[in-house]
Design a protein. Structure first.
Length: 398
């Protein structure tokens, strides 16, 4: 080798020298004042490999990533170099199936370890040729934790207004020691975020849920987001129901609650007949209302109406009415209606009702609502010169 690079004589038997750049084979000779050595020693040298990039440049922990192009230079064709990922404080991840396509390209597979034992983030990529020379590119491959998922939630329903509900969630990839964010979501509504979140391993989580009284009923999505920002959803996994407690009782008895006819409107149209209202009045601790009619054959009817509003977060679905029909000279053509929020929930003549003059209780359901416009009416067709009334005892919304 000609003396074109730094040379050091270590002792009478050793010389150190730096080989030229690149790769090649040279004849090694040594020239001293005493002459030149025989020219029969060959030395083959090669350049260290370099790494310029890797495709793909990221992968999810716990998966195997096929690398289609580990780009660089000075990779020796016909050999199997070592390819690995390295990160300070972590065990190297050794590639398998390494194949040198050309001096500038390697293909291989990176078996990324489970994220339970792998630190996510950027890792160095290293290539070591069979002669021991290594090239690398720092922080060029990103290991990503797998996205969390929710597979079960217990309980999976609640009423609006519920506080401090303890919830257990099952799933995958919740993390290790770092609590994810979890919340309920519904289109057009504010998110309901969990508090006091705790994870156990990677598959179990507990939290506390406070459902606002104003949260609308229906199905809500369960959303979870890990600390690295990955989000998944279990659509419609949690149901919020409206509260139906807090019954309202209206009692016409002056002695008990003193409600009487407070706030009730009344209407008694008399078409084609001469009639007058009877009441509304309180008689013997009961509400009474009706008509006195001198008929020319046309129907008569009266009605009473009142609007009831539930407390915040409470909704009703059932009405119960207690009362009593008076007698009539033609009972077969008597009828009674109950309307709630514009829908008729009860409509019968006297035949399916209890005998006239006997107390009755009617319970009917209606679409869930936090207010109820209640109308109770009675009529007769035709009216035959008679007085007919209804006794109003109590009304319950629940």
């Amino acid at each position: 080798m000609s003396n074109t690079s730094p040379l050091t004589v270590t002792d009478d038997a050793h010389i150190t020298v730096t080989s030229p750049a690149g790769s090649g084979t040279v004849i090694v000779t040594v020239t001293t004042p005493g002459g030149t050595s025989a020219q029969n020693v060959q030395y083959t040298y090669s350049a260290a490999p370099t790494v310029s990039g890797i495709t793909p440049n990221s992968g999810t922990a716990g998966t195997s990533v096929p690398v289609t192009d580990l780009a660089g230079s000075n990779i020796v064709v016909g050999t199997i170099p070592s390819v690995r990922l390295a990160k300070s404080g972590e065990a190297d991840i050794i590639a398998t199936g390494v194949s040198v396509v050309s001096p500038t390209k390697i293909t291989c597979t990176l078996p990324l370890t489970s994220y339970s034992s792998t630190i996510p983030g950027l890792w160095d990529v290293l290539v070591t040729n069979t002669d021991g020379q290594t090239g690398w590119k720092n922080a060029t491959f990103s290991i990503i934790n797998p996205a969390p998922s929710v597979t079960s939630i217990t309980p999976n329903h609640s009423t609006n207004g519920t506080t401090n509900l303890f919830v257990l969630v099952g799933g995958t990839n919740f993390g290790f020691g770092s609590n994810p964010s979890i919340w309920l979501a519904k289109a057009g509504q504010s998110n309901i975020y969990a508090t006091d979140v705790h994870i156990f391993g990677t598959t179990s989580m507990t939290f506390t849920l406070n459902v606002p009284p104003t949260a609308p009923s229906g199905k809500w999505d369960v959303m979870v987001m890990s600390l690295d920002g990955q989000t998944s959803a279990n659509l419609g996994a949690f149901t919020i129901d409206d509260q139906t407690g807090g019954s309202l009782l209206w009692d016409w008895s002056v002695a008990s609650l003193g409600h009487g006819w407070d706030g009730w409107s009344h209407d008694a149209p008399c078409s084609g007949t001469t009639c007058s209202e009877y009441g509304p009045a309180i008689e013997s601790g009961h509400g009474v209302y009706g008509l006195t009619a001198i008929s020319t054959g046309a129907p008569t009817q009266y009605s009473v109406t009142k609007t009831f509003t539930a407390p915040t977060g409470i909704k009703w679905r059932t009405i119960t009415f207690n009362g009593q029909l008076s007698t009539s000279s033609d009972a077969s053509v008597r009828w009674m209606d109950i309307w709630v929020n514009g829908a008729r929930v009860f409509d019968h003549n006297t035949q399916p009702l209890p005998n006239e003059g006997q107390p009755f209780t009617i319970t009917e359901s209606f679409p869930l609502a936090n207010s109820a416009i209640v109308m109770i009416s009675s009529g007769q067709d035709p009216t035959l010169d008679t007085q007919y009334t209804m006794q109003f005892d109590s009304l319950t919304l629940s």
